[in-house]
Structure formats: structure tokens, C-alpha cells
Design a protein around this ligand. Structure first.
Ligand code: MV4
Length: 509
């Protein structure tokens, strides 16, 4: 078992800083990599060391495996954290790290590969008894076979690419007469995008909610979950607002979905942080969609409601240490919301917005967490993801988290480019969001900026929680914090897993 001393973070922006923060808390050295566009970027300043890896385009810098490996060798790192995006779900990169003797802070390449093939994942999940949208579990052999399946499950159906995921290469078909042409187009698109023309067919789940479960697995077969997040407020498969826990599902459904997520992780031999995505329909039926084999953008809201540091656990299990907590140690405390503050113009179909950040004053205060990757004076270019800051709030109730988000959004001063702040305000004030009655069509259904609905309006009285009457405000503050606290779990020193793990961080210094 090797103790990690120095981590190369193969990423940029807020996630690079997020990972380095935990490393520094644990006494681990950090190395940043950067492109010529990021010479002055905050993640470079934040790291103990930094190394230039190439020109601005990511396919000449952050995506070049040889450059990353070379940088890790030069700086004598023992581990590499890929963050999200870029090389995080690249099987070749995970394999290469292992070959070169670096700890890849992520799942085994086999698990990335298996879950990356959506038909293989479906076969495995079906065998394990995890509910799937009705459809084929294997890639389609012929058009006739595909048509038979579509007829059997009924329209509308969704054609998905086996090598796809995250919404890439999906086609919805409403009637049998459109089926054949859509299959042909889907196959040619899939071949173009992924070099793999295999497609499969699923029943189209209408008005679904996107609910995902956070899991963490160690190398000793232990898998625990950190409950769920709802990410239905998204546009073109880009999430904009997320919350934890999902406000819509019952405890009973939560129990089933978290157990299904653990089954999914165990079935594919998972290690590290992962997310199991489900669709939940209006009848509260749930269906496995896919597994994301990385730390996700929205992980902070899970950290806010469970009090764990997911990056610290990633580092621990990457070293081969057993998970230091049991499922009983993880409970939901309060509610958290994330707003993704992006350099996009919500009034112009979320078009990327560029410019120099002449002012950047993020909010702070009670219940506010800001994970930012930018600084005042920095140029925002179109080379990379438009995400500037993840603004998260925590409250002892959902209502308090929303109120705090409204306050934080109002505090946020950012000048020099357009951002999604006004849109996030719109969501926080929308009755459908306040009542937690929203699905993946929320933006399409409710957001019509041409109709001037971007104005900040009075909060609806139909909200999940009623506003507090003024005369009992002081009392309410106390009562809101009187939610039952889980009993403190004392470490059980007779548990060999725990006594094995306890000394490691003490030994580090
Ligand atoms: C679906 C679906 C409806 N029915 N599958 C989009 C992302 C990828 N993970 C799968 N996606 C979907 N799969 C069936 N059988 C609807 C979507 C979908 C969606 C899912 C989650 C969040 C937002 C979405 C937006 C459009 C479509």
C-alpha cells in the first residue's frame, strides 16, 4: 500500500482547485498543468508547482496523454487526478497511468470501459435485477429486429448509441414510419462521433426526472452511497441547477434507488467515486440510465448534506485503504442547491459569452459555498467549458437553501461577460421549482426570455414551505435548526477495517 505524496491534477478551473484544496488539507503536494491560455489562471497559482503542457486548444494540451504523463514524471508525482471532463473517462489514459506506475485517482480501466459501453452496461444491470427502460439489451443486429422491438415496446422510442452517453447520439422516434430512416441516421451519426455504429432501442420515458446516486467504493469490495441529487434543470444535456437530496422521491423509493446504485457499482467491480444515473417517471418508477465513472461537477451538494469530503475519500481508496466509514455513518442533514454560474447569455439561447472579468465578487456568508475557477481581471475565452463558479447553498430545509441561494445570487457581482445568474434567479423563484414539480423539460416548458419572464418576481406562496410569519421569526430560526440530528457514531475499534485505517493519516506527517 502506497501513500500518496504528490498529485498531478490533469484539469483546470474550479475542479482543479477543488481537488488541490483537499490535497493541501491532507499534506499532499500538488502539481498543476496548464495551457498557454492559462498562464495566469488561478489553478496554476494555487498549486505547489505547475507545468506548461501546450497551446490553448485542449486537444493540444489538457487532452494530450503523453504531455500529462511527461509532466507527472518530471515533477515526480505518484498519482494523477483527472477531475471531470477531459481525460477522466478515457480508458487509454487510466491504463497508461497504471503502466507508467502512477496511481490513477479513479476507477479501474475495466470499469470505465464496461460502463462506457451502454449495451454492456444494460446487459449487466438487467442480470443484476436493476430496472431498465424497456428495450434491447444488446446492439441491434438488423433493421427488422429493431422494428420488432420498437413495435413491441410501443412508440415513442429512443435510439441510443452504444458508445454514446450524456445524451450524445440520441434520436427520439414517434411513429413506426419514421423508424427505419432514424436508425440509419443514428448509425451514421454514431459512426461519425464515436467510430462505433452500434445502436440500441429503449422505450422513451416521458417527462422524466433525472435523479442520480453518489457512490464510493474501495478496493476491498466495500461500496457505500451518499444519497441522491436531482439534476432535472438542464439544457441540451448541460445541467444548470441541481439539488440534494431529490425533493420528489419517497424514502421507500430512495432506499430502492440507493441499493440499485450499490448493486451497479459492485457488478462492475467499481473503485472510487461514481454516480449512477436514473430516470424517475411521474409514476415514481425508476430506470437505470448510465453510470458516470468520475467525480461529478455537482458533487459539492452531496458534500454539503452528508458532511463528507468526497475527494479525500477518493485519495484514500486510490491508496488502497478501506473506506473509513460505514453506510450507517452517512446521513442526510438539511438540503443543498447548486447553481452553475457560466459565461453564457441566457437571453441569447445561452450563447457562450467572452470578455475580461473587470469585476468578480462572489458571495459568502452563512450556508454559502463557492467553488470558483476564475479571478477578477481574468480573460474568459471560448477555449474551455464556460463554467466560472459553482455557487452552492445549504439550509436546514429546502426553503432555507433556496432563500440563501436567492440572497447569494443577489450578492454576486460579476462584470465583463454575461452569466447565467439571472436565469438561476428565475429558477429559484419559479413556482414549479419551489413546489419541486419539475422534470427534464423545465427550461423548455417555462423559460421564454423573449416573453420577458426573466424578471425577478415575488416568491410564490405555494412554496413547499410557507414563509415564516414576522412575529415568530426568531423562534423559527431556532426551530429550523431543531431537525433531528443523527446519533453520533463512535468508531468501533473492534472493527478490523477501522483499526486498519485509523493510523494512516497520523503516519503521514
Ligand atoms: C432517456 C430519456 C427518456 N427515455 N432514456 C439524456 C442523457 C442520457 N444520460 C440519457 N438521456 C435520456 N435518456 C429513455 N429511455 C430521456 C433522456 C433525457 C434526459 C435525461 C436526463 C436529463 C436530461 C435529459 C434531457 C433530455 C433527454
Amino acid at each position: 500500500m502506497k501513500t500518496i505524496q504528490k498529485v498531478l491534477v490533469a484539469n483546470r478551473g474550479e475542479i482543479a482547485i477543488r481537488i488541490m484544496r483537499t490535497c493541501h488539507e491532507l499534506g499532499i503536494q500538488t502539481v498543476a498543468v496548464y495551457s498557454e491560455a492559462d498562464v495566469l489562471a488561478p489553478h496554476v497559482q494555487y498549486a505547489n508547482e505547475s507545468i506548461l503542457i501546450g497551446p490553448p486548444p485542449s486537444n493540444q494540451s489538457y487532452l494530450v496523454i503523453d504531455r500529462i504523463i511527461e509532466a507527472a514524471k518530471i515533477t515526480r508525482c505518484d498519482a494523477i487526478h483527472p477531475g471531470y471532463g477531459f481525460l477522466s473517462e478515457n480508458v487509454g489514459f487510466a491504463q497508461r497511468c497504471a503502466q507508467e506506475g502512477f496511481i490513477f485517482i479513479g476507477p479501474p480501466p475495466e470499469a470505465i470501459e464496461l460502463m462506457g459501453d451502454k449495451t454492456r452496461a444494460r446487459v449487466l444491470m438487467e442480470a443484476a435485477g436493476v430496472p431498465l427502460p424497456p428495450g434491447t439489451t444488446t446492439a441491434l443486429e438488423s433493421i427488422d429486429e429493431a422494428r420488432d422491438v420498437a413495435d413491441a415496446i410501443g412508440y415513442p422510442v429512443l435510439i441510443k448509441a452504444a458508445a454514446g452517453g450524456g445524451g450524445k447520439g440520441m434520436r427520439i422516434v414517434y411513429q413506426a414510419t419514421d423508424f427505419e430512416s432514424n436508425i440509419r441516421q443514428a448509425k451514421s451519426e454514431a459512426l461519425n462521433a464515436f467510430g462505433d455504429d452500434r445502436v440500441y432501442v429503449e422505450k422513451y420515458v416521458e417527462m422524466p426526472r433525472h435523479v442520480e446516486v453518489q457512490i464510493m467504493a474501495d478496493q476491498h469490495g466495500n461500496v457505500i452511497h451518499f444519497y441522491d441529487r436531482e439534476c432535472s434543470v438542464q439544457r441540451r444535456h448541460q445541467k444548470v441547477v441541481e439539488e440534494a437530496p431529490c425533493a420528489f422521491i419517497s424514502d421507500q423509493l430512495r432506499q430502492k434507488m440507493t441499493q440499485a446504485a450499490i448493486t451497479a457499482a459492485k457488478e462492475c467491480g467499481y473503485v472510487g467515486a461514481g454516480t449512477v444515473e436514473f430516470l424517475v417517471d411521474k409514476y415514481h418508477e425508476y430506470f437505470f440510465l448510465e453510470m458516470n465513472t468520475r467525480l461529478q461537477v455537482e458533487h459539492p451538494i452531496t458534500e454539503l448534506i452528508t458532511g463528507v469530503d468526497l475527494v479525500a475519500l477518493q485519495l484514500l481508496v486510490a491508496e488502497g485503504k478501506p473506506l473509513p466509514i460505514r453506510q450507517e455513518d452517512v446521513s442526510i442533514h438539511g438540503h443543498a442547491i447548486e447553481c452553475r454560474i457560466c459565461a453564457e447569455d441566457p437571453m441569447q439561447q445561452f450563447l457562450p459569452s467572452v470578455g475580461r472579468l473587470s469585476r468578480h465578487r462572489p458571495p459568502s456568508g452563512p450556508g454559502v459555498r463557492v467553488d470558483s475557477g476564475v479571478e477578477e481581471g481574468q480573460d474568459i475565452s471560448i477555449n474551455y467549458d464556460p463554467l466560472l463558479t459553482k455557487l452552492c447553498t445549504w439550509g436546514s430545509t429546502r426553503r432555507q437553501a433556496i432563500d440563501r441561494m436567492n440572497r447569494a445570487l443577489a450578492e454576486y457581482t460579476i462584470e465583463g461577460c454575461k452569466t447565467t445568474i439571472p436565469f438561476c434567479h428565475f429558477v429559484m423563484e419559479h413556482p414549479a421549482f419551489l413546489e419541486a414539480h419539475y422534470d427534464t423539460h423545465f427550461i423548455k416548458d417555462h423559460f421564454h426570455p423573449g416573453e420577458n419572464n426573466l424578471q425577478v418576481t415575488q416568491t410564490s406562496n405555494q412554496a413547499l414551505c410557507q414563509p415564516v410569519p414576522e412575529e415568530i421569526r426568531a423562534l423559527a430560526v431556532v426551530l429550523l435548526n431543531q431537525q433531528p440530528e443523527p446519533e453520533l457514531q463512535r468508531p468501533d475499534l473492534t472493527n478490523p477495517r477501522l483499526s486498519d485505517t485509523t493510523p494512516w493519516w497520523l503516519n503521514r506527517k
